[in-house]
Design a protein around this ligand. Structure first.
Ligand SMILES: *Cc1c(COP(=O)(O)O)cnc(C)c1O
Length: 374
């Protein structure tokens, strides 16, 4: 019996490497509140992501909520339902109204040509999501935002280290929000960050992540606790040293999946985007049940029986969640709805062996037409 293969597996530095990094915390006793490791990681990430500054936070969700608060948003936010719960929840929890726009069937990101028809006098921002390491139509989105004076916040949780036209992806939009959760390409156990293009918002965010405190005797914003601890920052410092290796190993597994699955009838792999250096965050497959001879859920079950855990990222759509029942209509985003019913993300992580990739592909292919009564 082979070992169970999960959809992801956290990359970690060696035990010794991490211990060495945290050793001096026992002398300094400075465990959180923007300590030395926190500052060092911010600088290292700014350099790596090719941006002026990076501001660390407790998690990626906090990055989205606090960047919206820092930007002072009010009203409607045009966004995608094809995302993780966090994106839509952040909008609603901030007292804003999500307005759902459909996605492109090729790359699963917001369909920029449908944004304008959703703009009203209440629209304040666009919140697109880079999906699986694919990037949004950043130039088109920027043009629309400029024309209508809207803010753009990217959920860049899937886009760490992605480059477009030779430039870090966080150089687009007013803000880009990253997640450094343990399951992501780069992680700090729990963690996140926001990159603001404009200086004024950075000052505001620094304050918001520390209860709105603005000097010893002054609190002039209703902030929260969004600080990253020194132990998380230390994990980030270690992981960042290995990031090149992480990407290369993921690429090898992703290329093998592509070779094995690209010419199978009924399986659709998203095209590789032009001018994009991706991070191989996820490997999605769209399954046409008729052409393939079996639907997504059957393949998922078949994989599970063989100890392989795939995921339905993203199903259900956020506009179909039970907690929003009756509020939104998933039928208004038909491409997203269909994609959510057909998508399967396969295991992908740095340690995934090619033998395992081949085995996973064999399970998928041998499930074809199985259980179909003649
Ligand atoms: C992981 C993720 C988030 C939330 O990040 P956390 O660090 O878990 O809070 C937000 N959006 C997307 C698309 C994600 O995948």
């Amino acid at each position: 019996m082979s070992e169970r293969i999960n959809v992801t597996r956290s990359s970690m530095p060696s035990y010794e490497e991490y211990c060495e990094e945290i050793r001096d915390l026992w002398d300094s006793r400075w465990l959180t509140n923007m300590g030395e490791k926190h500052e060092r990681l911010q600088r290292a990430l700014a350099q790596y992501l090719e941006v002026e500054t990076v501001q660390l936070l407790t998690n990626g969700h906090m990055a989205i909520e606090l960047s919206m608060q820092a930007l002072g948003l009010q009203g409607e936010v045009i966004t995608t339902p094809f995302t993780f719960a966090s994106t839509t929840h952040a909008i609603v929890r901030s007292g804003l109204t999500p307005v759902f726009c459909d996605i492109n069937s090729e790359d699963f990101t917001l369909n920029a040509s449908q944004i304008e028809q959703l703009i009203t006098e209440k629209t304040c921002a666009i919140l697109p999501v880079h999906v699986y390491g694919n990037i949004c139509q950043v130039e088109k989105i920027e043009q629309i935002a400029n024309r209508y004076h809207l803010k753009v916040i990217y959920d860049a949780a899937h886009a760490f280290g992605v480059r477009y036209k030779g430039c870090g992806i966080a150089n687009w939009g007013d803000a880009s929000c990253f997640s450094f959760h343990a399951t992501k390409v780069f992680h700090t156990i729990e963690g996140g960050a926001v990159c603001f293009r404009r200086e004024a918002y950075r000052t505001k965010l620094s304050q918001l992540r520390n209860f709105g405190i603005n000097g010893e005797d002054s609190v002039d914003e209703i902030g929260t606790n969004g600080k990253m601890s020194e132990f998380c920052a230390a994990m980030g410092l270690c992981n960042l040293k290995h990031i090149k290796d992480e990407f290369e190993k993921r690429k090898i597994a992703a290329v093998r999946y592509r070779t094995n699955l690209s010419s199978i009838s009924g399986l659709y792999l998203n095209p590789i985007q032009a001018n994009v250096e991706t991070n191989y965050a996820y490997f999605p497959v769209i399954i046409d049940p008729v052409l393939f001879g079996g639907d997504r859920d059957r393949i998922l079950a078949e994989l599970k029986e063989n100890g392989v855990i795939g995921r339905k990222y993203f199903y259900p759509l956020t506009n179909a969640y039970a907690c929003f029942q009756g509020k939104y209509c998933p039928e208004q985003t038909p491409v997203a709805l269909e994609t959510s019913r057909k998508v399967l993300t396969l295991p992908l992580y740095a340690d995934l062996s090619l033998t395992d990739v081949d085995r996973i592909c064999e399970i998928i292919l041998s499930s074809r037409n199985k259980g179909v009564k003649q």
